[in-house]
Design a protein around this ligand. Structure first.
Ligand code: IVH
Length: 694
């Protein structure tokens, strides 16, 4: 077959770009995808392949440019062709603010009292950062931040990674148009990003940080010098304004109102907020402010107010500007989502899964529309990193339905001499609810209570887990009933389940005789179980169904499992150090053993077996770190093999590391190993060790 001629490749690339543009608009802007993701990926990869082979065919509007380019040294300054103005803020945050604005506009236009109402456009005031997007002949050529309004920074590379921003305008495009709007981060994306950041910090990555709010996170992403990092921090966009634009005579759109422009933006492919509304007169402005105030918490992104704009562009021109603010627009704010208050105490909350969370008790403060008295500090590292102490003044944030959090301590409190501040926060090593040990596993950010079924905070969850179909199975014992039983204090620990009689059950709200009888029967039936179901039912962290089976098979008897040392536990197929430690901690708690004994005394029984033949664990006690690309094994494969042989595989090199297995392009871990004098081996040597450890 002849190689395809250049023209047909050019045509194919253009066709692919058009298709990808169309489907990405459906997906990211209209939220109405028509193509399965895998199909989209195929088209995308085909275009990438063509452009890799023929770099001259890559156009500046190619969707392949969205994935990020080379790392920049800094940003180039850009002088805005039309200055980016700011908006006057109406200080009266009650409905009166809207009326005051309307009255001012009417006065400045010299309107008589009985003149007709003014037509406005009501928009949301997005809490992100303003961006000027310049399109020439329909192609995005430059994206610039607002800067001081006159001069901003060229952030085109990063802005190209925002899927909601068209790289080429749809439909007719003028020779020049600058579309302005807000780049922002959705709240769920922000929470997810911070969660990832906290994990990185917990794993020891020192130069990572947690972002204060979505606006800061968005600003950080936009000003990232590495576009690949920017691309990993998903941003969104809303269009609401205009910079330089070709006149209608030169081919620009002929718009008479702000509303026309918003429709034009949407037609070009930009997201425009659906809440945007036309409003006639002051009363309609007030109604919009109130409606959005109620809707605010339910929006997926932060807004700090609404914006009213005179709709007619002719009237806008007539009104003009004062200093750097147009007279035809005003921002009408809502109560701030961040406020200052004092920390009265730091308490520990225990969640349903046993997670311990430090919570700051605050002097009551009105934030984001509600009075807040508690705010999460997330975990020990976060509390320490922010250095929050009792008596400090802190910034509290509450946005949407997200739990209020302490964002940071004000500099004045941080600067106080140590003796005038409270003690540095330390996490308790006992659960404040049940007194069991609270432990933090390696590489994890959270402390957890090991009390399991014994802990009041985890009681409901523990009972439901025990009674689940795949565990001991008590048919008909669902969440409503468990809730009722626990709340009425009828069940404190699992054995109490078996002390429930018909009379107690039938005395409960909404419990028919028949159902009560069924539960009694189900409880009786559940007493005959198997060792693995029982073990799984105990809800020991990291002990899932299959681990429970492996343990039951390996040890045969429950007492053998309860008394096994970590080394003995490590001999079990698929049991690694994390599981072994978790089992040990669980059975080291006297009250957990007590629960097991009582359950046996209640009549729970199973057939016990003989221990299985021992499998060799030649590498038990040795710790490996794998770095770089190994010649034949994937990293997970190598890890599995090592763990199966009893070794521990860790993510970071320390003095405790026995061997570092280095492959191609091994990086900092190799340097660290050399620095600490840890023995470095290759894959071949590792395979020899697996076969013959000495
Ligand atoms: S219009 C001439 N509309 O608020 C008015 N701005 O202080 C120019 N903003 O920097 C701006 N939502 O970042 C406008 N619907 C909206 C807006 C909005 C948010 C921001 C924008 C600007 C600041 C103005």
């Amino acid at each position: 077959m002849n190689p395809p001629d250049k023209q047909s490749v050019t045509d194919e690339a253009e066709g692919l770009r058009a298709k990808l543009r169309h489907h990405s608009h459906l997906y990211y802007v209209l939220d109405a995808p028509e193509l399965p993701d895998a199909e989209y990926d195929k088209l995308f990869q085909r275009l990438q392949a063509i452009e890799a082979e023929h770099p001259d065919l890559q156009t500046p509007d190619s969707p392949t440019l969205r994935v990020g380019g080379k790392v920049l040294d800094g940003f180039i300054k850009v002088r805005h062709k039309v200055p980016m103005l700011s908006i006057r803020t109406e200080t009266d945050i009650t409905a009166g603010g809207a009326s005051a604005f309307d009255a001012r506009v009417r006065r400045e236009l010299g309107l008589a009292e009985d003149a007709p109402a003014i037509e406005y456009i009501c928009e949301l005031k997005f809490d992100g950062l303003a961006m000027n997007l310049r399109y020439e002949d329909g192609v995005l050529v430059q994206a610039a931040t607002r800067g001081d309004g006159e001069v901003g920074e060229d952030v085109t590379q990063n802005i190209r990674t925002i899927q909601q921003i068209p790289l080429r305008l749809q439909g007719d495009a003028p020779p020049v148009v600058e579309v302005r709007g807000e780049v922002y981060m959705r709240r769920d994306q922000f929470e997810a990003l911070n969660e990832r950041q906290r994990e990185k910090i917990a794993a020891g990555q020192k130069n990572e940080k947690v972002f204060v709010n979505p606006r800061n996170a968005a600003a950080g992403a936009v000003r990232q010098l590495d576009p690949a990092i920017a691309a990993a921090r998903p941003l969104s966009f809303f269009a609401y304004g205009l910079g330089e634009v070709s006149s209608p005579e030169q081919g620009g759109p002929d718009c008479a109102t702000q509303f026309d422009w918003l429709q034009q933006f949407a037609a070009w492919g930009f997201p425009v907020a659906t809440q945007t509304q036309r409003a006639l007169g002051a009363e309609a402005l007030v109604a919009f402010h109130e409606a959005m105030g109620r809707a605010r918490d339910g929006l997926p992104y932060d807004i700090d107010g609404v914006v009213y704009k005179v709709d007619s562009l002719a009237l806008q021109r007539q009104l003009g500007f004062v200093s750097r603010e147009p007279r035809w627009a005003v921002a009408h704010k809502y109560p701030a989502q961040e406020q200052l208050t004092e920390v009265l105490a730091i308490d520990i909350q225990v969640g349903r899964t046993g997670k311990l969370t430090p919570v700051a008790k605050l002097a009551p403060v009105f934030v984001g529309g509600v009075t807040v008295t508690n705010a999460t500090l997330h975990n020990e590292d976060e509390a320490r990193r922010k250095d929050v102490r009792v008596g400090d003044t802190v910034i509290v944030r509450r946005a949407g339905d997200v739990i209020p959090e302490v964002v940071g301590v004000v500099p004045e409190s941080l600067a106080k001499p140590a003796e005038r501040r409270g003690a540095i926060f330390t996490m308790p090593h006992k659960c404040p609810v049940c007194g069991s040990d609270a432990v933090r596993e390696e590489g994890e950010a959270d402390y957890r209570c090991t009390g399991g079924l014994f802990c009041g905070a985890q009681r409901k969850e523990a009972i439901l887990h025990f009674a689940a179909r795949r565990a001991v199975e008590v048919e008909g014992l669902g969440d409503k009933l468990v809730e009722q039983l626990v709340d009425a204090n009828l069940i404190r620990t699992l054995p109490d389940l078996y002390k429930l009689g018909f009379t107690t059950l039938v005395g409960l709200d909404r419990m028919a005789e028949k159902s009560a009888k069924n539960i009694v029967d189900a409880l009786e039936k559940s007493k005959k179980t198997t060792l693995n179901r029982f073990l799984f039912g105990l809800g020991i962290r990291h002990v899932g169904e299959s681990t429970a089976k492996d343990l039951a098979k390996h040890f045969g008897k429950l007492d053998a499992i309860m008394d096994a040392t970590e080394e003995q536990l490590l001999e079990v197929n698929d049991v690694g150090p994390v599981v072994a430690q978790s089992l040990r901690t669980f059975f080291d708690q006297a009250h957990n053993r007590e629960v097991v004994e009582q359950l046996r005394a209640c009549g729970l029984h199973w057939e016990e077996g003989e221990p299985a033949a021992r499998t060799p664990r030649p590498l038990a006690g040795k710790t490996f770190v794998i770095t770089g690309t190994l010649p034949t094994l994937g990293r997970d494969e190598a890890k599995d093999k090592l763990e199966a042989a009893g070794a521990k595989v860790s993510g970071s090199v320390s003095k405790k590391t026995t061997f570092v297995v280095a492959g191609a392009e091994a990086g900092s871990k190799l340097d660290k190993a050399r620095e600490l004098g840890v023995e470095v081996i290759d894959e071949a040597r590792m395979l020899v060790l697996l076969a013959k450890p000495d």
